[in-house]
Design a protein around this ligand. Structure first.
Ligand SMILES: NC(=O)c1ccc[n+]([C@@H]2O[C@H](COP(=O)([O-])OP(=O)(O)OC[C@H]3O[C@@H](n4cnc5c(N)ncnc54)[C@H](O)[C@@H]3O)[C@@H](O)[C@H]2O)c1
Length: 374
C-alpha cells in the first residue's frame, strides 16, 4: 500500500449514502479517490461507478476487500450489516469508515472496536454533524466563551421518513426515528459539550403517522443529562412534511445561538412551475420551497471524508471514532428503555439479550403500539 498521495477508497453500497460518499470524495479529491464500489445489485453499483468514474465494480464486497490497493473502505449499507462488514474489512487490513448508527447492539459496537484495534486499522465513525460548518462555528463560539457556561444544547432532525424499505423494518434498522436520526443528535450534544459522560436519559416516543408501514417510532423526544450538569435535548421525526429539517440551539449563562441548517441556508423560493431539486427528501419544488446550495458542503460530508483520509495518512488525529459510536449506542439503549418503562434511565445501563435497541421499548410496560393507526 502506498503511504503518500491520495487515499484509495472502496465504497460498500451504491445508493443514497454511498452516492454521498462518492460525491464528497470527489469534492475532497486532493485527499482521496474512489477506486472501487461493491453492492449486490450489479446494475446499481455499475451506475454509480459510471456517475463518478470509479474503475472497479464488485457485487460481493469481500471480493473488493481482496484488492491490495484499497486502503480505506466506507460502509454505506443497512445498519444490521455494519458489524460483519467492519470485521471483514479489518481482517483484510483496510481502514474502516462506518456510517451511523455504528451497529445494532452494544456488543457489536464493542466487537467492531476490538477487531479494528487488533488489526491495527482505524474505525472512523461517519458522524458528519461535527464537520458541519455552521455547527462548527457554534462550537467555536461556545468554546471561546461567547455563551458563558452552556447548560442546554438542542439538536433536532425531522423529515417524512426514509427513502428505502429496510429503514422501516426494525430488524434491519434496529429502531425508528430515534435510532436513525437521534444517533446524530446524541453524538452532536456529546461532542458539542466536550464529551462529558452521559448520566441519564429520558425519552418519550410513539408511532403517530406511519403505523401502516412500520412498528418503529416515528417521533421521539429525548433528554440527556451530562456529567458537567448540562442537558441535551434531541428531537426526531419521520412524520415531518416538507423535506429535511435539521437545527440546533445552544443556551448558556451569557448567550444563545440558533442554527437552522437547511432553511437557514436556503433561498426562500416560490415557483408555480417547480424546478429540479430543493433539498434532501423535499417532495416537491412547486409553491414555496427552500433550495439549499452546496448541500454536501453545508452538511460537512466532503470535510469529513478529507479528514478521514488525512487520518489514514497519519496527518490528523481522528475526531470521531468507534468509541463515539459506542457512547451513542449506550444512550440509544437507555432511551428505548426509558420510553418502554416511562422513567428516566441512569447510565451505565445494562440490558441483556437485546437483539436491537427498539426491543427495549417493545418490552416495556409503557409501550403502546400504533398510536397513530387510523
Ligand atoms: N450520515 C447520514 O446522514 C446518513 C444518511 C443516510 C443514511 N446513512 C446511513 O448509511 C447507511 C446506508 O443507508 P442508505 O441511505 O445509503 O441506504 P440505501 O438503502 O439507499 O442503500 C443501501 C445500500 O447497501 C447495499 N447493500 C445491501 N446489502 C448489502 C450487502 N450484503 N453487501 C453490500 N452492500 C449491500 C444496497 O445494495 C444499497 O446500495 C445506513 O447505515 C444509514 O443509517 C447515513
Amino acid at each position: 500500500m502506498s503511504h503518500d498521495g491520495k487515499v484509495k477508497v472502496g465504497i460498500i453500497g451504491s445508493q443514497f449514502e454511498a452516492d454521498i460518499h462518492a460525491a464528497s470524495i470527489k469534492i475532497a479529491s486532493e485527499h482521496a479517490e474512489v477506486i472501487a464500489v461493491a453492492s449486490p445489485t450489479h446494475g446499481n453499483a455499475a451506475a454509480m461507478a459510471k456517475r463518478y468514474g470509479i474503475p472497479r465494480v464488485f457485487t460481493d464486497y469481500r471480493e473488493m476487500l481482496k484488492e491490495p490497493d484499497v486502503e480505506m473502505v466506507t460502509i454505506a449499507a443497512p445498519n444490521q450489516l455494519h458489524a460483519q462488514m467492519t470485521a471483514d474489512c479489518a481482517q483484510a487490513g483496510k481502514h474502516v469508515v462506518c456510517e451511523k448508527p455504528l451497529a445494532m447492539t452494544i456488543e457489536q459496537c464493542e466487537q467492531m472496536i476490538d477487531v479494528t484495534k487488533e488489526a491495527g486499522v482505524l474505525l472512523l465513525y461517519a458522524e458528519e454533524l461535527i464537520f458541519t460548518p455552521k455547527y462548527l462555528k457554534a462550537k467555536e463560539m461556545a468554546d471561546g466563551g461567547a455563551f458563558g457556561k452552556v447548560h442546554l444544547v438542542k439538536q433536532s432532525e425531522k423529515h417524512f421518513g426514509p427513502h428505502a424499505p429496510w429503514f422501516w423494518d426494525v430488524n434491519r434498522c434496529g429502531g425508528g426515528a430515534l435510532m436513525d436520526l437521534g444517533c446524530h443528535g446524541i453524538a452532536f450534544c456529546y461532542w458539542f459539550l466536550g464529551r462529558p459522560a452521559i448520566q441519564s436519559v429520558y425519552c418519550q416516543m410513539g408511532t403517530y403517522v406511519h403505523a401502516d408501514k412500520t412498528q418503529a417510532e416515528d417521533e421521539a423526544y429525548c433528554i440527556l443529562e451530562f456529567e458537567n450538569g448540562a442537558v441535551g435535548v434531541v428531537e426526531d421525526s419521520w412524520g415531518r412534511r416538507g423535506g429535511m429539517d435539521d437545527r440546533i440551539e445552544v443556551h448558556g449563562s451569557d448567550g444563545v445561538t440558533y442554527a437552522n441548517l437547511h432553511m437557514g441556508n436556503a433561498l426562500p423560493t416560490y415557483s408555480e412551475n417547480g424546478y429540479g431539486y430543493a433539498v434532501e427528501k423535499a417532495p416537491s419544488t412547486k409553491g414555496w420551497s427552500y433550495p439549499v446550495f452546496e448541500e454536501l458542503w453545508n452538511y460537512g460530508f466532503p470535510q469529513e471524508m478529507a479528514h478521514f483520509a488525512r487520518c489514514v495518512r497519519g496527518k490528523e488525529k481522528p475526531q470521531v471514532t468507534g468509541e463515539d459510536g459506542l457512547v451513542v449506542m449506550k444512550a440509544l439503549y437507555a432511551a428505548y428503555a426509558s420510553a418502554g418503562e416511562g422513567r428516566k434511565i441512569h447510565l451505565p445501563f445494562a440490558a441483556k439479550g437485546v437483539q436491537k435497541p427498539i426491543d427495549l421499548w417493545f418490552r416495556g410496560p409503557q409501550y403502546r403500539p400504533h398510536l397513530g393507526r387510523k
